[in-house]
Design a protein around this ligand. Structure first.
Ligand code: CP
Length: 297
């Protein structure tokens, strides 16, 4: 069974194929008469809407479920919920606090389990990030991406996706907020340059894309004051963007907090691709489903 818990569950050629399928028009109705369950332990604007629409565009029926409706490990076990949903649905997407929940789902599921965001990874976001770069630059290999701020789940998946596509990555993060060492080693083992630094200028200089994310993700509100202090100096503003390569673009997975991780003139300015990036969440989810089911159903 093929599950999609992290972006490098795909081989490089499979990633390229998913991006190709994301742009297939018209999309074939491979999910006609079939359901896809979408379980959310956390709020979502982009992921829920893009995944529901993608399933609909393939002829399927998405069923979005708030986690409290199924009560993971409270009403019944994660495993029993998964096996129940698999009786009705051809795939199960889930947004969870703890990545281990996804691993438990994948361990028992007879249908693909898709990570819609966990504390560890956000692979569907990374697919959209790469599609956005490919559409803008006409290529991926040889690009340099700079990450500024929290080396979080989004950073990790972008790093690993970049390593599949020949993109070098430089991450500027405060001490204690660097991307996890295992992911950095995995990316380097695929031959890309990975720099992890505390110096924003070092990371951004010459980059084709500058990426960031919120300093305070869902569930981190209790540590907000400490985080704000740690991330001082890690705002992507016009002087930071000026260090990047000519023609560089700005990416942000959203939701954004203008004045914190990015200034309004950058995210709302001419270098920003955040709206095509958000739109691509839907296209890559369709591409992923086509890759999972195109030749199976
Ligand atoms: N980027 C992203 O995952 O957005 P949502 O949290 O709104 O789904």
């Amino acid at each position: 069974m093929t599950h999609f818990l992290e972006v490098d569950d795909l081989e490089p050629a499979e990633l390229a194929r998913v991006l190709e399928l994301a742009q297939l028009t018209p999309a074939p109705a491979v999910l006609t008469g079939r359901g896809v369950a979408l379980v959310f332990e956390k709020p979502s604007a982009r992921t829920r809407n893009s995944s529901e629409l993608a399933v609909f565009q393939l002829g399927g029926h998405p069923v979005a479920i708030r986690a409290e409706e199924v009560g993971f490990d409270r009403r019944e076990s994660v495993e029993d919920v998964t096996l129940t949903l698999a009786q009705y649905h051809s795939a199960i997407g889930a947004r969870v606090f703890d990545h281990k929940v996804l691993e438990r789902m994948a361990a028992v599921s007879p249908v693909p389990v898709i990570n819609l965001l966990s504390d560890l990874a956000h692979p569907c976001q990374a697919l959209a990030d790469l599609l956005t770069l490919q559409q803008h630059f006409g290529r991926l290999s040889g690009l340099k991406v700079a990450w500024v701020g929290d080396g979080n789940n989004v950073c990790r998946s972008l790093l690993l996706a970049s390593s599949l596509a020949g993109i070098s990555v430089a991450a500027a993060c405060p001490p204690g907020f660097e991307p996890d060492r295992g992911a950095v080693d995995r990316a380097r083992a695929r031959g890309i340059d990975v720099v992890v630094t505390g110096d924003v200028a070092e990371a951004v200089r010459g980059a084709d894309a500058v990426c960031t994310d919120t300093w305070i993700s869902m569930g981190q509100e209790v540590t907000e004051a400490g985080r704000r202090s740690a991330f001082r100096g890690f705002t992507v503003d016009p002087p930071v963007m000026a260090l990047a390569a000519p023609g560089a673009v700005f990416l942000h997975c959203l939701p954004a907090h203008r004045g914190d991780e990015v200034t309004g003139d950058v995210i709302d300015g001419s270098q920003s691709l955040v709206w095509p990036q958000a739109a691509n969440r839907m296209h890559v989810f369709r591409g992923l489903l086509l890759w999972l089911f195109g030749s199976v159903l």
